[in-house]
Design a protein around this ligand. Structure first.
Ligand SMILES: Nc1ncnc2c1ncn2[C@@H]1O[C@H](COP(=O)(O)OP(=O)(O)O)[C@@H](O)[C@H]1O
Ligand SMILES: [Mg+2]
Length: 359
């Protein structure tokens, strides 16, 4: 099937956004802009402000960082096409490099789909399911993939029944446990809790960010990651280990701490490496992801068990982020990664377009 046009491909790079990862997204976009070969691509830069306004201009990276420069407001209208010339009609593929809420959670993907556009990454359902830590775990469990023990708690249940919920969790899990808002990222709102009173505080914190929280059995061990690239034919990268001197891989360990180490390749046995790669692919396909994902694991010290923690469907994409670094080690350069992702997006859209929606 011929999917890539013979002329220059017009890519709309969408970045910034309303999530806590606004700045990371700008950094990711800057790396992508530097890597896209100008002989192959025409790039339309669309920056989304923290307030959610969409702006287009020649240097949106600088504009979003400083508020200075040229930018005009743009919007995305759903199909069908009208008389007016619209930016989206010139675009072959959208590269939404938006991490976290409103970017990685299926919302923007739904909008792009309504507008009939090809886009890099997973579609609405896979993105939304990959964002919700309870739904994701349920899908993994249905596919018999090993996950840590956990409980999901709704804010409305918590309000009325604090003590019975705490009693239940005390019975079903062992301390330490981790409390997390169900739909967030970057370790925001996550607490490690050593006892019942910390658990109560941890849940209270999680409910500031979401109406659903999950409580995880704390796993003592090492953290491993693997990157996935492709659609149905996806492949797995080398495996890395993340090491932090902090209590866990929290926000500061991710973004501010210079001591955090990413060890590629992880010093693990061939069997562990192969198992992590296999489980990463299974997790990717279980959620029917597309394009890319970074998958996180725990290697439990006591038992040697590999447990699947989560999948990130739009992982950090700066030149020093884990995802491109894993691929770089596995022989795929940053530029090649962008080329492949754009190709996969166009292929995926061709498949969507071939489907019928009426009788
Ligand atoms: N069950 C657990 N056992 C041990 N550490 C955990 C557990 N859950 C989370 N953590 C720690 O918290 C970090 C962030 O949790 P994670 O579930 O990956 O959320 P996020 O989506 O914010 O990255 C993990 O990388 C790990 O260091
Ligand atoms: Mg994580």
């Amino acid at each position: 099937m011929k999917t890539l046009p013979n002329r220059k491909i017009t890519v709309a790079l969408l970045f910034g956004g309303r999530s806590g990862e606004h700045e990371v997204s700008i950094d990711s976009a800057e790396s992508i802009l530097a890597a896209l070969n100008p002989r192959k691509y025409e790039v339309l830069q669309i920056g989304i402000t923290k307030e959610g306004e969409w702006l287009a201009g020649p240097d949106m990276v600088a504009y979003l960082r400083s508020g200075r420069g040229k930018a005009k407001s743009v919007s995305l209208q759903p199909e069908p096409r009208g008389q007016k010339k619209r930016w989206q009609d010139q675009v072959d593929v959208v590269f939404p490099i938006l991490h976290g809420s409103f970017g990685e959670d299926g919302k923007i993907q739904g909008l792009l789909e309504l507008a009939g556009l090809s886009y890099v990454g997973s579609d609405t359902l896979s993105s939304a399911a990959g964002m919700d830590k309870e739904i994701m775990r349920r899908v993994f469990q249905a596919h018999k993939l090993p996950v840590p023990l956990y409980e999901a708690v709704l804010k409305k249940e918590w309000k009325g029944k604090n003590s019975s919920i705490l009693r239940h969790i005390k019975k079903s899990l062992q301390f330490p446990v981790f409390t997390k808002p169900a739909n967030l990222g970057s370790s925001v709102g996550i607490r490690k809790c050593a006892n019942v009173s910390q658990l109560a505080q941890g849940l209270q914190t999680a409910f500031r960010y979401d109406t659903k929280a999950i409580v995880d059995q704390g796993i003592l061990g090492r953290e491993l990651n693997c990157a996935i690239l492709g659609n149905e034919d996806a492949r797995a990268s080398e495996v890395c280990e993340v090491k932090t001197k902090r209590e866990f891989y929290d926000y500061d360990a991710k973004y501010t701490d210079d001591d955090t180490e990413i060890i590629i390749p992880a010093r693990v046995s061939k069997t562990v490496r192969a198992e992590v790669q296999k489980l990463s692919l299974s997790a990717f396909h279980a959620l029917r992801c597309s394009g890319l994902a970074r998958v996180e694991f725990f290697l439990e010290k006591k038992t040697g068990k590999i447990l699947l923690n989560e999948i990130n469907t739009l992982p950090g994409f700066t030149s020093h982020s884990m995802y491109p670094r894993l691929w770089n080690f596995s022989g795929v350069s940053f530029g090649q990664l962008c080329d492949e992702l754009i190709g996969y997006a166009i292929k995926h859209q061709a498949e969507r377009k071939s489907l019928k929606f009426t009788y």
